[in-house]
Design a protein around this ligand. Sequence first.
Ligand SMILES: Nc1nc2c(ncn2[C@@H]2O[C@H](COP(=O)(O)OP(=O)(O)O)[C@@H](O)[C@H]2O)c(=O)[nH]1
Ligand SMILES: [Mg+2]
Ligand SMILES: [Zn+2]
Ligand SMILES: [Zn+2]
Length: 1575
Amino acid sequence: MASLTEDDEIQDQGSKSPQHHEEQNQDSLHAFLHTLGLEEYFPNKLSLRSLQEINKDSLSDKEVDSLQTIPWAFLRKLLMANSKSRTSVCASENDETNDLFSESDTDVSPNTLDLIVAIYACADSFLLQEMTLKMSMCQFAVPFLLPCGRQNQCTLMLWALRGILKEWRPHSMSESKGFVEESAVCAKIPLVSFVRLRNCSLSKSQVMNCLLSESQQHHDFFCHRDMKGGCRPRKIANGMVEMCWYLPGGNTTIDIFPEPVAIANLKGDVGAFETQFAFLTQVSNAIFVFLDKFEEREQQMFVSSQQMNSKLFFVVNYQRDTNPDVKSSIQTVMDALKLTKEDIIVKSQNVNMAKLADMICSTIKKSLSENSPSLDIESMSKTAQEFQISVDELNSEASSSAEQAAQNIMKGIGVREIVVYKKNQLPLQGENWKKLSQIEKEECRLQTAGDTKLEEYKAQLQEEIKFIQKTQSKYKITSGMSEFINAVTTNDSIERAFFLKWMGYKLDMRSRKYLSSLRYDFKEHCQQKDKDSLAKIDQQLLDSSLGLEHYMREMGHIYEASLGSSQRLDKLPTVAAELLQEGFPLELLDGDASSIPEKWINDVLMELHRMVGQRSRLLVLTVLGVQSTGKSTLLNTMFGVQFAVSSGRCTRGAYMLLLPLGEDLRTELSCDYILLIDTEGLKSADLAQLDNSYEHDNQLATFVIGLSDVTIINIAMENFTEMKDILQIAVHAFLRMRELGKKPICHFVHQNVAGVSAHNKLRTERQHLLEHLNEMTQIAATMEKKTGINKFTDVLDYDMELNNWYIPGLWNGTPPMAPVNTGYSVAVFDFKKNMLKTQKERNGEPFFNIPQFLEWMRSMWRAVKFENFIFSFQNTLVAHAYENLCKEFSEWEWSFKRHIYSWLESATIQISNAEGSVQTVKGIVEALNTDAKKQIATQEKEMKDKLKKYYKRKDQHVGLVERYKHDFIKNINSLQTEMQNTVKNKLDVGLQLKIDMTKVKDLRRKQAAMIEDQVLQLLKNCKGRKDELSDEDLKTDFESMWKTTIVNISGLEERDIPSEIMKELHSSLYHRKLTEHMENVKDLTEYGLDKFKVKAKKHFSSPEKNVFSRRNLKQNIQNIADTAIQNCSRMIEESAKSKSDYQNFLIKDLIGKIDEYIKSVNSKTNITFEVDLKLYICGIASRKFLGMHRRFLAEKDPLKHLEASKGQYLSDFIDLYRRKDQCQRKAQDFIQLCLKPAVTEHINQSIGTDIVDEILNSKYSTEYGSRSYFQYNILNELLEKEEFKEFVRYIRNYEIYVKDWIHEHNVQCFSKDLSLRKLKTKKLDLIVEKIDEAVKASQFGDDGCPLPNDTESTAVLIQNLCKALSKVISIPMDTVDRVLFQNTSLCTPFTKNLLECLNDLKRQLEEEIANSSDITETLNSVSVKPQNELFERVFGCGKQCPFCKAPCEAGGKDHRQHHAAVHRPQGLGGYRSVTTNILCEEVCTSSVHGKGTFKNHETNFQRHPYKDYHTYYPDWLIPPDRTIEASDYWKYVLVKYNDKFAEEYKAKPAVFPSAWNKIDKVQALEGLKSAFSIK
Ligand SMILES: Nc1nc2c(ncn2[C@@H]2O[C@H](COP(=O)(O)OP(=O)(O)O)[C@@H](O)[C@H]2O)c(=O)[nH]1
Ligand SMILES: [Mg+2]
Ligand SMILES: [Zn+2]
Ligand SMILES: [Zn+2]
């Protein structure tokens, strides 16, 4: 008995009964609680909140299988307002369950009333209220006096009844169709009580049920013995007084009583419950006593009870065999009480139940018409106390002080008009707040800018906002709010909960009266369609309503205001977060002002996030639908929550409420909480007539749909016309969500559709709805300019059968006497279960946690405010998801490229090593090409697989980037094409090089043979002489031989590079018959020397008359030409740096590039421009490439080549003459002359990819992580440098700027932390090892046997070795031949020497690497240029904003739309007014959302609205800046360098809002960070 102490406490409360009696009663309560497994909750420890948790139990509708599960099953059902909850939880008595029960002491379920009493004993104040409310909805009698386990002790359930609100239409109002709405405890309703004597054989409950039920519909208001669960003897419920109300509906033929009547029913023998009886006699208007006869003691009781306030009636069950004693006992009592015959109702044998009920009914009517005053329940509490009956709410300290606090605030309101009160006491949500919300909207729409320039206008709006915020923050807390805040910030959460309830009741009560008359007026005017007065009354309604939500709202405003002052009220968000956690609804969107207090919501939810230990993944569930169609009722029934329900409210907006998930469901559903969002005021029939209501509805609905994971659309067929508007909005919102990659689930709940076969019968109805939805989808798609969307299912995953739910009408019968339809509750439960099941099976995105939800909410709300939702939507979650994908994509891309590059490297070497005729080599290239295709295809597939896998990931919000998937696939395709082309080009170049080199080598071979011949000749001569020759003599002889021989050596022929280039140029122009323009060209090298000048008429013709426009156009074309020349020169220079010979593809590439530039001004310029520009650039190229060719020739000059080997020939000659062993020298020469250059070349060429890898794996990789980060980094650096020239360089030629930046950055990386030496050494080690292995392997012949140790074998060894290395390094075979000239070395020692020399080579190269690891030089010689690779990564498509020149940051090269995070004042890109030549200060992100126009050469200098920029720039997406600060960076730059930019662009300085002057460097950087979402 854990609860002994509590028992003692209760006993102390002064009972008069004997001790042992007490204990027995207490024991039976405890014993009963024990059997139900409830003792741990006694007393009053069970909370409503704990029952709101959604877990597996709460979703199961398993049969009750043990006594312990009964209370929970009952509670669950009751909280869902299931009218069968009392009867359906009885454990069924079939055999299966029997053995389950065999363990416990009882084997049958308890009496229902006992169950209720037991649960009431355990429930806390708030659960009690909710249970009582739900019982009353089900038209169950509710406990009025609750026995508390002690004889004659009970509690008046005043608090529990407080939540009940009743509506009825007394007959006096039948005509006017008015109705009364009052709280059950405050209404003065006559009370009729029913009691019975001990031996009464009639069931009075049954009689009363019969009396209260409508003729066709029997309903058990009271539990009775013939009911399921009513047959067991009551153990603890005796002494309980239940109560229910009869309420008329205004229909004289149906109503039993014309006015409301309250009915009380005492359970058990009245004799045993004197206190209860005595109380009832004081508060009832009439008491009916059911009896068979009077016993002695009972006679005594009635006779002695003199002071009764109520009229007494006896209902006697008269049997034929009733003996005379009985009659006389009745007579005695009647006499004593002076009762007449009319006061007695005799149920004789021929009176049945219905007749008896009728008799009682008319008796009641009669007695009530006598007009005795009736009490309200609230005032009964005084009487109760006189009888030592405790009153629940007076017992509670917390409730009393909470009421006091609430009362104080109410006193503050007094009799003042609410409008005035609100203005005084709740000022922050008044005019200023509404104005603020309007300005914020105007900031997005820029509709009333008038003649003010946009940036100026925006700055003005900002000023206004700041001003209002300042005014708001000067606010001094009012007395009303201070009291309110004091009360809600108490540490006692129970007291706070009481306080909020009390406030709610009191406020509702106060406004109920006033509002109903206004609403009546409104209806009147509605009929007259008088818009003006409607709007006025609407305003009045708003003004006069004052509820808890207004105080809560004000609290949020007070918090926001405090942020601007020195005293932040940080406790307020904590309070609100606690309230949310305790299950109170909180306003999310203020529908009155159409605004969200963003900081407040943010801080409250972040506090909550903290409070729940950051486990805050939310499933957001929203309900939408026409006002007063039972949305809140639906949510309340579904989840046992308490959203405001009533038709009598006039709030608008959205409320949110938090529901915890049980641990058992958290993993399964991958979420921690359900966030319910209830909307109010959508398409309310009343408000629909007001002009702005559509916009309001649109905003609200789009916003909440945007937030939700599950959207419930509540449809009541009666309102289908109003519904259509909402559906249209919803469909549109879904379409928008699809565009953003958020896929909510949508359920349609059809209300008031009854019948089991509804689902089948309504198939056509559903089909119809779908047709409607399809139509609406098409409308929405047209509005959003979306093609390919025709059906609703194109927008959402929608299954006609699974996403439609039919819910029967809420009331079973005619209100107010109708109970909740059991079908309603069951259908709602079914819906809930299945909806959550769908979520479980859903294989989608992870749910947002609170911070993510908040970010989403902010961007959603912002986008809603713009006219063009999709284009305006910006969100860091999406940005991050996109960036993440881009990052991964770059990695895959690089891995693809690296693979192909390394393949290409080997392929090039194979070509260069190839032996044989040109034809053979071509064959090899052919084979390589085929292999390349295979390689590329594999890589492509691999990359596509990676992308597919990425989109299946669960940990990322991949849905948000779904719309980019296609772009990325396209990117892979174009990468594939690009690589194909690269490979083909490189192989072609390799082949050409091979052919060229073969010629050179053939020549060299011939010449070498000649020399060798001469050497051998000389050797023969010398040997023939008798005398031994000294080295000196030999040398002299050799010299003279050498001199005479090389006279015959011819050099290489120089190609006429300029004319080769000319040929290419011709062919590039040929197809357009431009040759005549070229006829005068004699010498290409004379072109491209002076500055290229664009000339009107010659280069372009403009229809434009305006001088300024023409000048502008000319400037434009000149700019493009300049950029083209600059970039092409850069390209030429880079190519010319290479050590190889000039190749024709170089000029082809170059001309391709020029064509790109020309294309960008295509329509404006004429043919001469193209020819001139090409000539100009090719002129430059011809000089550079000629130089390159000559350098090559010089390098490869045969004579030079021969001279280089002169020393060897001499040594060979001398050695041969002396027959000296050449072994060591030959090996040495082989290594030094053949392998060393090959190895060096290999290292230098292939190091490119390693350099890229090194950078990407280092800390510098972040710089190249994504385009937007790269942008941010560069801009940040520019800001630091503070050099105007740098800005200009960046803006005017972004491409070159980036290239230089990367080059410099690379150089820097390698001069700081990264070591080129390490990289090269690593490469060296690898290659030397390979050679070493190859040498060792080459000692074996084809048959696998070691080569014999002879001279021939040495040649074989070398052959083997060269073959083994033919894919790795390029060994110059002519040099090999020369080195091996007259080789006499034996194989074994040669090999040994070779390996030793190899080791020497390694050391030597290591040293060389150590001494000269100049990164710049290395970068010039590598075949894969790191700077180019990194450039491609970050440069992307290279397009720039047509207005401000901000570079595109979209991933890949191939994307549908270009976008940039930060745009700039357009003047920075040179944009100016054509008439005034003043630089334009407007940021294009403002322009494209304003009303202005633009004209430029693309529009043919016709004015075109900015808003429709898509007409000319369809592939640009320019969303509005996320914050006004986002463009601070560029504003700062403009302000700082305004004059310089003007000078640079030969324009006049921009005129900008003075507010921009205040932006400092720190703010500029902050703005940049926020724009790029960098923390
Ligand atoms: N007849 C009928 N009344 C309903 C039904 N559902 C709700 N109501 C009543 O309609 C009124 C408005 O309900 P409420 O849930 O506040 O509607 P909301 O404005 O859509 O949230 C309440 O008085 C409900 O009792 C229903 O299915 N049938
Ligand atoms: Mg509602
Ligand atoms: Zn721009
Ligand atoms: Zn782009």
